[in-house]
Design a protein around this ligand. Sequence first.
Ligand SMILES: Nc1ncnc2c1ncn2[C@@H]1O[C@H](COP(=O)(O)OP(=O)(O)O)[C@@H](O)[C@H]1O
Ligand SMILES: O=C(O)C1=C[C@@H](OP(=O)(O)O)[C@@H](O)[C@H](O)C1
Ligand SMILES: [Mg+2]
Length: 173
Amino acid sequence: MKIVLIGYMGSGKSAIGKKLAEVLNLPFKDLDTEIENREGTTVSEIFSSRGEIYFRKIENAILKEILALDESFVLATGGGTPCYADSITVLTNRDNVTSVYLKVPLEVLTERLFFEKDSRPLLSHLETKELLNDFIRKHLFERVYYYNQANKIVEVEDKSIDEVVKEITSTLF
Ligand SMILES: Nc1ncnc2c1ncn2[C@@H]1O[C@H](COP(=O)(O)OP(=O)(O)O)[C@@H](O)[C@H]1O
Ligand SMILES: O=C(O)C1=C[C@@H](OP(=O)(O)O)[C@@H](O)[C@H](O)C1
Ligand SMILES: [Mg+2]
């Protein structure tokens, strides 16, 4: 069983993935952390020193390596993971992989990301909540085409992390 969380930045993939893995008693992997361990530096540093195209290349390659492992796990992806190269195909068309889209309203994403934008290189330059909201609205519009192809879609709305974990487990079993 390979459960893979996809969705926009701030949708809770990392936090919910960690909790879901605990509940299901499975190992937890975070694609950003795997990339950071491999490159020996942070995602922000990779974006600034090597550029986004380099990041997307290794993100796709490491995703495929992880999905090829002969073990069960919960994997949190990065917000852009399904939107580049053939990643959406490997996330949605494999018998042993269940991709889950954490669908979170724009206003909730903006509120959460305003306090965490500095750790996300695509958002860190957006100085005000209005600019951030405007950027996320357009970016999300481009990306939902990919997110909506997930095997399961979970409406997060204003649910707590524990409530979302319960909802995911109930849609899986
Ligand atoms: N359902 C939720 N309710 C409240 N806060 C949440 C929820 N899911 C995630 N968070 C918080 O939102 C922030 C972004 O979550 P994170 O897991 O880093 O998102 P992602 O990995 O999708 O970018 C974190 O501070 C996290 O604790
Ligand atoms: O949406 C994106 O393009 C990105 C999302 C980030 O992960 P989170 O979604 O966990 O923040 C990280 O992979 C990188 O900053 C790029
Ligand atoms: Mg994350």
